[in-house]
Ligand binder design. Structure first.
Ligand SMILES: Cc1cc2nc3c(=O)[nH]c(=O)nc-3n(C[C@H](O)[C@H](O)[C@H](O)COP(=O)(O)OP(=O)(O)OC[C@H]3O[C@@H](n4cnc5c(N)ncnc54)[C@H](O)[C@@H]3O)c2cc1C
Length: 454
């Protein structure tokens, strides 16, 4: 009996597809036209079914990849053809929303957008937010420890032999020995399968204010962050930075938004405060910015007065596809650095990139309060050699400065060769030891993140 037949002892026929049926499926939301190459794909409905699938695969030393929403940006759901794929899409139930504990208990396949809507219907906020919210599942989000636009205020996401490990608890404080669930956060499906999660909900802020600020030196970008965070006394929820030429591209006449400020400063900062008194807080924000203008900390500013101003400012920042679609070929980066070093390091990176044959331009923006910078490189071709030269330019300054090759998106397949730049030999050794302990047959997403055989 081969393994697909054995899977049918655990699951119904509708829950297992293989052969031609796989052609209608895909390994990434941006590759829906490419046929899926794998042994089989299974659609479990319970934790127990997943446990039995993993037990079977472990006994057969059979590679498996967990499929969430398939929105990751690092190749972590790419297949080689010999894997069993575990789709989490049938585990899509919201189990409970507990008003008093302010928690939501969900199965791993629930979409981020569904969670946000459910929280909002119950007058709560689930603050995690990013562009792929309509496809990304909470299990995938936990497994990549995703961030997004309000990490500054609310933080990142931070829970195979078939053992079921349950740490599903609503309590906030728990110092009873090792916090095992944290091992699985950000592990990209290499240590286990997340089947359920208890999510912490927040009270919904009732006011939202924003301003666009023009600043001419990076030192003042850093000084203004400290200044405004202190003055807003806990309300600062966003501090997004856009470099001048990126701002010019985001606000160009053809595809971009209307520019809130003239395109003549070196940096543009978009600040956001969330609180409870709309008008009072807007006036306070105006006072704070006026004082910053007097001190020459910032050069210019415009404050949002209406909901449509707010939508306009944030659409400008979030419409990153305006840049990507202007590129002949695009290559994306998601690095992090100590905040004060960012100005000079990015100046050097951009100079080196733009001197490289085959590169047309480089665009820079980021969640600067988290030290997280995104770079989009516009290049002439998808040539492998050019890609590696670009990678080298962007990644080479990081090690000496204690930066990271992945602030948010993870390592997957694409960043594996660069992991050693931000993790020490001792750390990687321990990661391999951990992987061997939890997955001795190396069946879970085997060639992603780290290679235990090297
Ligand atoms: C337009 C766009 C914008 C984005 N913006 C951001 C952003 O601002 N910030 C940010 O941090 N990220 C961002 N991302 C990337 C984001 O991290 C991932 O898209 C998301 O977290 C992955 O969720 P998913 O369900 O699609 O997982 P998948 O892509 O399906 O899987 C990702 C990894 O997790 C594993 N996995 C999936 N489900 C499980 C599970 N239940 N148990 C164990 N392992 C599992 C997979 O095997 C894989 O290794 C963006 C992506 C897109 C396409």
């Amino acid at each position: 009996m081969n393994i697909t037949d054995k899977l049918l002892n655990i699951l119904s026929q509708q829950q297992v597809i293989f052969g031609d049926a796989l052609k209608d499926n895909y390994y990434h939301i941006w590759k829906m036209d490419e046929p899926l190459n794998a042994l089989a794909m299974v659609f479990p409905k319970t934790t127990e079914e997943i446990s039995r699938i993993l037990e079977l695969c472990n006994n057969h030393k059979q590679a498996v990849i967990v499929f969430g929403g398939r929105t990751n940006l690092v190749g972590s759901t790419e297949t080689m053809g010999n894997e069993i794929l575990i789709s989490m899409e049938k585990m899509n139930q919201i189990i409970e929303l507990d008003q008093s504990s302010r928690t939501m208990t969900v199965e791993a396949g629930v979409l981020l957008e569904t969670i946000q809507n459910k929280a909002s219907e119950n007058d709560f906020l689930f603050p995690l937010n990013f562009g792929a919210k309509g496809s990304a599942q909470i299990g995938g989000i936990i497994s990549t420890n995703a961030g997004g636009l309000r990490v500054l205020k609310y933080g990142m996401t931070r829970n195979p032999d078939g053992t079921i490990l349950s740490s599903l608890k609503k309590i906030i404080k728990d110092n009873s020995a090792y916090d095992l669930k944290q091992l699985f956060v950000g592990s990209e499906g290499t240590l286990g399968v997340v089947t359920k999660a208890v999510l912490k909900l927040r009270e919904t802020p009732t006011s939202r204010n924003s301003a666009f600020i023009g600043i001419n030196t990076f030192d003042n970008v850093v000084a203004f962050l400290k200044y405004i965070d202190k003055k807003l006394a806990g309300l600062l929820s966003g501090y997004e930075l856009i470099w001048a030429d990126t701002y010019a591209q985001m606000t160009n006449d053809e595809t971009g938004s209307k520019p809130p400020l003239e395109p003549k400063y070196k940096y543009y900062v978009l600040v956001e405060s969330l609180g409870s008194q709309q008008e009072k807080e807007r006036n306070n924000l105006i006072d704070i910015i006026e004082q910053a203008l007097e001190k020459k900390l910032v050069e210019d500013a415009v404050v949002a007065y209406t909901k449509s101003d707010l939508d306009w400012f944030w659409k400008l920042r979030e419409d990153v596809h305006v840049i990507a679609s202007s590129c002949t070929y695009d290559q994306h980066f998601d690095i992090s650095l100590p905040i004060p070093t960012i100005g000079t390091v990015l100046d050097d990176i951009n100079i080196n990139l733009r001197q490289l044959d085959g590169v047309n331009h480089s665009y820079t923006f980021g969640h600067i309060a988290d030290g997280n910078i995104h770079i989009i490189v516009d290049k002439d071709s998808d040539d492998e050699l050019l890609k590696n030269k670009i990678n080298d330019i962007v990644y080479s300054p990081l090690q000496a400065l204690g930066g990271s090759v992945s602030a948010e998106h993870g390592i997957g397949l694409h960043k594996k060769p660069y992991l050693h730049l931000c993790r020490t030999e001792a750390e990687i050794f321990l990661m391999k030891k951990l992987k061997r302990t939890l997955d001795p047959n190396n069946i879970l997403n085997p060639n992603k993140v780290i290679d235990i055989n090297e």
